[in-house]
Ligand binder design. Structure first.
Ligand SMILES: Nc1ncnc2c1ncn2[C@@H]1O[C@H](COP(=O)(O)OP(=O)(O)OP(=O)(O)O)[C@@H](O)[C@H]1O
Ligand SMILES: [Mg+2]
Length: 244
């Protein structure tokens, strides 16, 4: 069995038969507010606590903002500042990466290419083994041509593979209901796909969150869809045992 990188979210690790196979590049797709950013952060935080350095690259918000949001959502993550100080957690916000995503369509491939180069150098200087990239959706908006976007994604995934890191890349899904789900063509380039659904019975008002490992290369993973909740102690995935 391939060595596993534990996400530190116990339900997810159980669903993955121990964790993410080391070196896998995984897309974490879900609707707005389903906890994509928080899950990525928890993956890095739990890793850092075990001594594994992680880099969080946000293309959406500034580092201070991100840290503030995570602290408010996960008050029991009391070591964030310490781990940042020790450089076990390295956080790059949207204004640190030097990539200012512009509306200029002609420069979008260039921007993406530059981002990939920058990510490689950030990973190498941080000696990171875990990476979170949150989110690629903004790049997808910039690059209208599907084939071109697929090629750029291939470059990104190859660069991450060369860096030998285990990565969660988030992507927004416009439709996050299981019954109406549509996968984006570039998802197939990743080693794994985890989907975070927001839904619930049509006749109820309440929103329920659930998570599914759609694919994971190198792992005999669960095919169940497990409910989860965002708690002050972290993301709690309610996965007990595999159905027989
Ligand atoms: N301080 C908090 N207290 C309680 N719940 C919170 C808190 N902060 C966030 N949450 C929960 O976490 C969710 C947001 O998580 P997160 O930002 O990770 O989602 P996301 O999928 O990344 O969203 P987006 O699509 O906006 O990027 C909120 O919708 C809420 O349910
Ligand atoms: Mg987010």
């Amino acid at each position: 069995m391939k060595p596993r990188v534990k996400t530190g979210i116990s339900g997810v690790d159980k669903m993955l038969d121990g964790g993410i196979p080391a070196g896998n590049q995984v897309i974490l797709a879900g609707g707005p507010g389903t906890g994509k950013t928080l899950m990525c952060f928890e993956f890095l935080y739990k890793g850092a606590k075990e001594g594994n350095s992680g880099v969080f690259i946000s293309l959406e918000e500034d580092a201070e903002n991100l840290i503030e949001n995570v602290k408010s959502a996960f008050p029991s993550f009391t070591d964030i500042d310490k781990l940042i100080k020790e450089k076990k957690l390295v956080i790059f916000g949207a204004s640190d990466t030097g990539v200012y995503v512009r509306r200029d369509a002609d420069s979008s491939s260039y921007t993406f290419g530059k981002l990939v180069t920058e990510i490689e150098s950030i990973i190498s200087s941080a000696h990171a083994s875990r990476v979170a990239l949150d989110s690629v959706s903004v790049m997808r908006l910039l690059i209208k041509d599907t084939l071109e976007y697929r090629n750029m994604t291939m470059n990104l995934v190859s660069a991450l593979r060369r860096s030998s890191v285990t990565t969660l890349v988030t992507s927004e899904l416009e439709i996050a209901e299981k019954s109406r789900l549509l996968f984006l063509p570039e998802f197939f380039l990743y080693d794994g796909i985890i989907v975070m659904y927001a839904g619930g019975a049509a006749d109820t008002e309440s929103r329920t969150l659930s998570l599914e490992v759609v694919k994971m290369r190198g792992s005999s993973h669960s095919f169940s869809t497990a409910p989860y909740e965002i708690t002050p102690e972290g993301i709690n995935v309610l996965f007990l045992a595999e159905r027989g």
